[in-house]
Design a binder for this molecule. Structure first.
Ligand code: BES
Ligand code: ZN
Ligand code: ZN
Length: 525
């Protein structure tokens, strides 16, 4: 990938030399043929410099300013910029931080279409939109960088060359206010970190399952550890070690796979002392982030249908988010202890595969009756959550592509959130909002516990009814977190983009959850 430089500069935009200068337009102006239109802000400055050519063309072309709508004009040497583009922001009443992220994505697409290498633009939403310059710059940068993602590993050279030929090289936000410029720098930096982590997660999800095996996930964990300058430590348990530790649930799922399973535990500590929080006896917060890590979910013996299996390399998206987050932790300077935990295996129908009717025992001692081999995620999480809870953290957050039922409830774009601690979940909800990732809280309906009772074991791994499947799955997980404050994110829908619904999430792995958790980590005290 060609590196893109995003900067902010104190300069008058009409003096800025570039291929394309992008200004914006809200949808609220009454633009009608035959009538003069009064423009404000950046667009009016450019319009003046172009001798009202812009206003004239807008009216002629019937441009309304709908979100993503755009219009490009040659400047014929009237200003140093070769072309000017007007990008629609939509209605003022609908405008928010997320609009700016989408504007960033549209801006990138506009650049590519016009083969622009250097773009100048203004702050979007800082004037009338009332956003802080830091937030606006962050959202814009995220939109640009996330929309610029392409998974090209297996594409031919021709395609790769074409992609870098069309790449945007430099984007500069221009403003005359030195204070705004300074604040924006921080926003751009944060966006670069967020996007880097998200792209990391996307790459892991998009890689075919035959390459992205449990062992390969371990390689990534090792590399991240190596790059952390001593701030991250890594423990990896193989099958034998998992057996010694009593991870009977995880190993049950792993039985049918030829690929070796691995249990991975990363620890980030801001100081290099290396001692766990308990041993240091300090008050720093301790957070465990747990990811579902099924590198391929065939369904096991109760095998999935052809179409249901097509995208099942995505079933490690929870762990991909964990690794994405850990890949940038050293940049964030957080003062807490953060644990990243995942139990990686395939779910396959091999000759040794676990069977319906089997009973497995998780690390916390609870037994699980296997009713459905395709409800494997929760079985592996039984051990990862038990292990996380045993660390006695202040909070466990898990990310799991857990149930099709959650997609039925919330659709492809929204993650389901479950918790035993509403206050913390609200904070995570706020972080999600800030990140532009949608999550919605679903209830832990205690009456439904009935549906995961088993006559022969402590719990069964699949509900007695299909209805409320995301909830019964969450209730199952709760059996393994004890009293530790816990938030479960069912990301089965948004982890994978089946089509491009958001302009900055291309088809494939989305990296969903990565930015929300990073934002959440920055804000908890
Ligand atoms: N990995 C799937 C959930 C999933 C489905 C993720 C679609 C992403 C897209 C999970 O392991 C699974 O198969 N769940 C079953 C549970 C059922 C058998 C109780 C499901 O949701 O159908
Ligand atoms: Zn499954
Ligand atoms: Zn699964």
């Amino acid at each position: 990938m060609t590196i893109m430089k995003i900067t902010v500069k104190k300069q008058n935009l009409i003096e800025f030399p570039c291929d394309l200068l992008v200004v914006n337009l809200f949808e609220d102006l009454p633009i009608q043929k035959g009538k003069r239109v009064t423009l404000g802000g950046g667009i009016s400055a450019v319009d003046k410099a172009l001798g009202q050519m812009l206003a004239h063309e807008l009216v002629e072309e019937g441009i309304k300013g709908k979100l993503g709508e755009n219009f490009v004009l040659h400047t014929h040497g009237k200003i140093p910029a070769k072309k000017v583009a007007v990008l629609g922001l939509g209605k003022r009443a609908d405008f928010n931080l997320e609009t700016v992220r989408r504007v960033g994505a549209h801006l990138l697409k506009l650049a590519k279409r016009n083969n622009a290498k250097r773009i100048g633009t203004i702050f979007h939403g800082v004037g009338i939109g009332k956003l802080a310059p830091c937030d606006a710059a962050r959202a814009l940068t995220e939109g640009v960088l996330l929309a610029n993602y392409e998974y090209l590993t297996y594409k031919g050279d021709e395609h790769k060359k074409e992609s870098s030929r069309r790449a945007l090289k430099e984007l500069t936000i221009l403003d005359l206010d030195a204070g705004k410029v300074r604040q924006a720098r921080q926003g751009i930096y944060e966006a670069e970190i967020n996007s880097q982590a998200t792209r990391y997660a996307r790459d892991l999800v998009n890689e075919p399952a035959s390459i992205m095996t449990p062992a390969h996930l371990v390689e990534h964990a090792r590399e991240i550890t190596k790059q952390s300058g001593g701030k991250i430590k890594l423990q990896v348990f193989d099958r034998a070690e998992c057996r010694r530790r009593g991870f009977g649930a995880f190993l049950g799922v792993a039985q049918g796979a030829a690929e070796e399973p691995y249990f991975v535990h990363l620890v980030y500590r801001s100081s290099k002392k290396g001692l766990p929080r308990s041993a240091r006896n300090d008050k720093n917060k301790c957070i465990a982030i747990v990811g579902k890590a099924i590198t391929f979910d065939s369904g096991g013996l109760q095998i999935k249908s052809d179409t249901a299996m097509e995208t099942m390399k995505l079933d490690m998206a929870g762990a991909a988010a964990v690794l994405g987050i850990f890949s940038v932790l050293k940049e964030l300077n957080l003062k807490y202890e953060i644990h990243g935990i995942f139990a990686a295996t395939e779910n396959m129908p091999g000759g040794r595969a676990y069977k319906p009717g089997d009973i497995v025992r998780a690390m916390n001692g609870k037994t699980i009756e296997i009713v459905h081999t395709d409800a494997e995620g929760r079985v592996t999480l039984a051990d990862s959550l038990s292990y996380a809870a045993a660390l006695k953290p202040d909070l466990i957050v898990d990310l799991a592509t857990l149930t099709g039922a959650c997609m039925v409830a919330l659709g492809e774009e929204v993650g389901g959130m479950f918790t035993n601690n509403d206050k913390l979940a609200l904070k995570l909800g706020a972080a999600a909002k800030q990140s532009g990732e949608q999550v919605w809280m679903l209830p832990m309906v205690s009456e439904y516990r009935e549906f995961i009772k088993s006559p022969v074991a402590d719990v069964r791994n699949s509900g007695k009814t299909r209805y409320g499947g995301a909830i019964t799955a969450a209730l199952f997980l709760q059996e393994f977190v004890g009293k530790v404050p816990w938030i479960h994110l069912d990301i089965a829908g948004p982890a994978w983009a089946e089509r491009e619904i958001l302009p900055y999430v291309p088809v494939g792995g989305s990296g969903f959850g990565t930015r929300t958790i990073l934002e959440f980590l920055k804000n908890i005290k």
